[in-house]
Design a protein around this ligand. Structure first.
Ligand SMILES: [Ca+2]
Ligand SMILES: [Ca+2]
Length: 313
């Protein structure tokens, strides 16, 4: 009798254990399944967000092409310069919105101009970059460091230079780039560069193909000031009030007395070929931040995308 009762007890406990295990297995499967569904939805929303950003880019390319046909100059009062209004994304299954803006990259200092067409450091551009850094209260030696970072040789500039001999001694060690930057955030690799300085510098610098000019109609105030050592804050305030939204009426005349170095004067223009689109697309809970660099050919030619990135520039 006793043995049978014990066997029944064991059977009962076994049954309870099996029920408990299957119960927790089922709950686990349901949880995994819910997570899988959510993961798939997020991937789908992300892909949809990316496609919406590409659509916005294509629309902006048309706006820039039309602008190139319609107007001989580029300034901040033009259609491309206004923020993209918040446009809804709504096609039954997908709900969201896209916002964005376009910036004229020729309103910034192109760090690749530090090296001239012969592969040598351009002393005028180097001095301009030093002035820009001083105005921004950043250590001006980063100008020389950037020139060495980009130039092809391994000869460290004096007094502000650094090549492989410095970078390979860092922890972790790395080597100088020794060619043009494709992304201006690569300046973060310069010896001694810190995130706070990068944050201040980034709105005023860009990495475009060599030989671009600065559009004085769209240039940031500090970039304008960096054009000549004699320009001060009050001179820039005067220039900005003259510029207003439609740009300078006669930029060459305005700057002919202000920019005294002919090499620097040759660096300025009132038109642009390189623009940066930033599009932020929200689909459900997923946000896609998309950047692209657009290059506009002269005389109503096509606008092409030369660089794309997600998340950060
Ligand atoms: Ca224009
Ligand atoms: Ca170098």
């Amino acid at each position: 009798m006793k043995g049978r009762r014990r066997a029944r007890g064991v059977a009962l406990i076994t049954a309870m254990l099996i029920t408990a295990i299957t119960g927790s297995l089922a709950a686990g499967l349901a949880w995994d399944n819910a997570l899988d569904v959510r993961r798939t939805m997020v991937l789908l929303f992300h892909e949809q967000g990316f496609q919406v950003a590409l659509g916005a880019e294509s629309w902006i390319r048309n706006i820039l092409r039309d602008d190139g046909i319609d107007s001989p100059t580029d300034h901040l009062g033009e259609l491309w310069a206004s923020d993209l209004p918040g446009l809804p994304v709504d096609n039954d299954s997908v709900q969201g919105a896209v916002v964005g803006n376009i910036e004229d990259l020729q309103g910034r200092f192109n760090v690749n101009n530090l090296i001239d067409a012969n592969g040598e450091v351009d002393p005028d551009v180097l001095e301009q970059f030093q002035r820009l850094l001083v105005i921004l209260e950043i250590d001006p030696r980063f100008a020389g460091l950037a020139a060495d970072w980009i130039d092809a040789d391994q000869d460290a500039g004096f007094p502000d230079g650094a090549e492989d001999s410095i970078y390979t001694g860092l922890i972790p060690p790395y080597r100088a780039l020794n060619r043009s930057l494709t992304n201006v955030t690569e300046l973060a690799a310069l010896e001694g560069m810190d995130p706070a300085s990068m944050k201040v510098l980034l709105p005023h610098v860009t990495a475009l193909p060599r030989g671009t000019q600065i559009n004085v109609n769209t240039a940031t105030p500090v970039v304008l000031q960096s054009l000549d050592a004699n320009l001060d804050v009050s001179a820039i305030e005067g220039l900005l009030s003259q510029r207003e939204e439609a740009g300078f009426a006669d930029y060459a005349q305005t700057f002919s007395t202000l920019v005294t170095n002919p090499a620097m004067f040759a660096q300025i223009t009132e038109t642009s070929s390189y623009f940066q689109l930033k599009a932020v697309v929200q689909i459900d809970t997923v946000r896609v931040t998309y950047y692209s660099v657009l290059s506009r050919s002269p005389n109503g030619g096509p606008v092409t995308t030369i660089l794309r990135s997600l998340g950060t520039i």
